[in-house]
Design a protein around this ligand. Structure first.
Ligand code: CMC
Length: 427
């Protein structure tokens, strides 16, 4: 393979080095493009742009492969628990027993937030969307933990990381408790990370808390499946914000806002609302398929399509199987599961979807499980954020350790050329 790519422009030839990743992805290194050729690239939505080199997550959208640090998502979802995956993503290796015990203990040590945070939460109306509240509370954490992280110190970095992993579930649970008018609580040190999260979300005043193992296992698996997905919109946001040397919590707060949108993590809420809408309308999936294909109709089949996967999203496969299992174990019958399966079947046989390689994504079936677990619809994207937290941390840490420059794209200006100022009276 050639080691350079040649560009010819205006009668001159320029050579740019080729960079090859460990899974043979090939990129043209254009760092010197503007300096040498006076050109920039134009790529709205970054469909062809590698923003960084990264050793965290590999995904092959054509083959439907997803691996964290080299481990297949299928193996991790089945054999690991969430905190092992958190450690793996952030530090690069699966922890041994001693490392995992220390990591777990350090996180537990941080699993509380300042009482004053309750006043901030109190200021939100009950109608506030939990994602907006979570983003704000995450940002507010900075005020209670103002010391900046010295990123050249692994110890400083580690302390900031366990802090946010410990406190984030408290904030997430509180956003739900506020909505449900439940008193704010704290966790229980004797419980595992996911069970503790569940307890904080669901514990009722005056009632003793008891978790169903099937529920905790399902939640654990969902968190693993959402834990990282390389340079998606929210992760790129975290890296971008962090590249200005804004701190970890500020970068994560920005990531939460990016995740909120219905084309990204907010799709899990949009999917269940869409399925409910179809059910209310009489359950005619064909009608909604036609709407999704009609270019004059803004309706999109939520939970379908992906920027990178042009084959099955491997997470969707695992989640679909899990939805059947969890609903069976909990004895829940949800008619929207049948509607979802019907839509999927039609889409997989439909020319429009086949041609565009549109398959169900991670969000298509996840909401059905969340609902079976008793999680309110508006909390679905918060559950995604809880899962994605380690990915954001790992990517932020990698970006800082690699000393990446501040993110600052260029543009092709298409506005007015210079014009003379017109005083108010003559406009
Ligand atoms: N329903 C109907 N048509 C679709 C859909 C859909 N869900 N997704 C893509 N298309 C069409 C689109 O109209 C376009 O058609 P044409 O070539 O005729 O103009 C073609 O397929 C390519 O779509 P695109 O919008 O250019 O693709 P993209 O890579 O920019 O967008 C996407 C990817 C995920 C934003 C998009 O597929 C979508 O909006 N899906 C629905 C929302 C969703 O489920 N999002 C969750 C993504 S996975 C989890 C996550 O990222 O958080």
């Amino acid at each position: 393979m050639s080691k350079v790519a040649t560009l010819e422009f205006d009668g001159k030839k320029y050579e740019f080095p080729i960079t090859v990743g460990s899974e043979d992805e090939i990129g043209i290194d254009i760092k010197k493009l503007r300096a040498e050729a006076g050109l920039i690239t134009l790529d709205p939505g970054f469909k062809n742009t590698g923003s960084c080199e990264s050793a965290i997550t590999f995904l092959d959208g054509e083959k439907g492969i997803l691996r964290y640090r080299g481990y297949a998502i299928e193996d991790l979802a089945e054999k690991a628990d969430f905190l092992e995956v958190v450690y793996l993503l952030i530090f690069g290796e699966l922890p041994n027993k001693q490392q995992l015990d220390k990591f777990t203990a350090d996180i537990k040590e941080e699993s509380h937030v300042d009482e004053e945070m309750k006043k901030i939460l109190d200021g939100f109306p009950k109608s506030a969307h939990p994602m907006g509240v979570l983003s704000s509370l995450t940002s507010a954490l900075i005020a209670f933990n103002p010391s900046s992280v010295d990123v050249s110190s692994e110890e400083d970095m580690y302390n900031a990381i366990v802090k946010i992993i410990g406190k984030f579930p408290v904030l997430a649970a509180w956003t739900m408790r506020k909505k449900n008018s439940l008193p704010l609580n704290h966790g229980d040190d004797t419980l595992g990370y996911v069970e503790n999260l569940h307890k904080m979300m669901f514990e009722k005043p005056g009632k003793s808390y008891k978790a169903d193992k099937a529920v905790i296992d399902a939640l654990d698996k969902l968190l693993i499946l959402h834990a990282d997905h390389e340079q998606n919109c929210s992760t790129s946001t975290v890296r971008m914000v962090g590249s200005s040397h804004a701190g970890l919590f500020a970068s994560i707060s920005a990531g939460i806002s990016a995740l909120w949108g219905p084309l990204h993590g907010g799709a899990n809420q949009a999917v269940i609302e869409m399925l409910e809408g179809i059910k209310k309308d009489g359950g005619d999936t064909h009608k909604f398929m036609q709407k999704a294909k009609d270019k004059d109709d803004p309706f999109r089949l939520m939970g379908f399509g992906h920027r990178v996967y042009k084959n099955f999203d491997p997470r969707a496969k695992i989640i679909k199987k899990s939805a059947d299992e969890v609903l069976g174990q909990l004895g829940v019958e949800d008619p929207v599961l049948d509607i979802a399966k019907g839509l999927e079947k039609e889409a997989l046989e439909d020319d429009y979807f086949v041609k565009r390689k549109l398959y169900p994504n991670v969000d298509f079936y996840s909401g059905i499980i969340y609902r079976a677990l008793g999680i309110p619809v508006e909390m679905f994207t918060v559950m995604f954020a809880l899962g994605r937290l380690p990915g954001w941390i790992a990517q932020w840490r990698e970006m800082r350790l690699r000393k990446e420059p501040i993110g600052r794209p260029r543009q092709i200006y298409t506005g007015e050329n210079h014009r003379d100022f017109k005083p108010l009276g003559s406009r």
